[in-house]
Design a protein around this ligand. Structure first.
Ligand SMILES: [Zn+2]
Length: 154
């Protein structure tokens, strides 16, 4: 029991902040135990401007923020998040897998082949047209992924 108590101390510190409470709730809801690396990584994904981050991006940002989480841990936690449905993994061509929080809103992606930048978009007409094409073939849509590979017009 003493062992458990000492292990709980960092988690208690984490619990002090309100935003952390939200992250903790998200983790528990996903059936994951609240651990410091999981909280830090979830916060990073939640607070970043860049909605699509590779494991290396997450690792680097945590380091810059002074959080010492190893790259192997970042990989492992992101995979656990993916399994739990907290994040979506994209394997865009020609780059590392990127992860984004699963917020339930459907959108498609453009990837810049020069910079690797990921741009989100949603187009009513494209969505509708895809449904029609599927139906014309006698099927119903289960899911779709649309990725446009683009480059900056010079
Ligand atoms: Zn996205």
């Amino acid at each position: 029991m003493a062992l458990n108590h000492t292990r709980l101390i960092p988690y208690c510190e984490v619990l002090k902040e309100k935003t952390d409470m939200v992250e903790n709730h998200e983790l528990r809801k996903a059936g994951l135990k609240v651990t410091l690396p999981r909280v830090k990584i979830l916060q990073m994904l939640d607070n970043t401007e860049d909605r699509h981050m590779s494991a290396e991006d997450v690792y680097r940002s945590l380091m810059e923020a002074g959080d010492d989480v190893g790259l192997a841990t970042v990989y492992r936690v992101l995979t656990q998040f993916e399994t739990a449905g907290l994040v979506v993994r994209h394997n865009f061509d020609g780059g590392h897998a990127v992860f984004e929080l699963a917020d339930g809103e459907h959108h498609d992606h453009m990837v810049c082949v020069d910079t690797g930048e990921v741009i989100e978009f949603f187009d009513e007409k494209i969505e509708r047209r895809q449904m029609e094409i599927v139906e014309e073939h006698g099927y119903e849509m289960v899911d779709h992924i649309l990725v446009l590979y683009v480059k900056n017009k010079k």
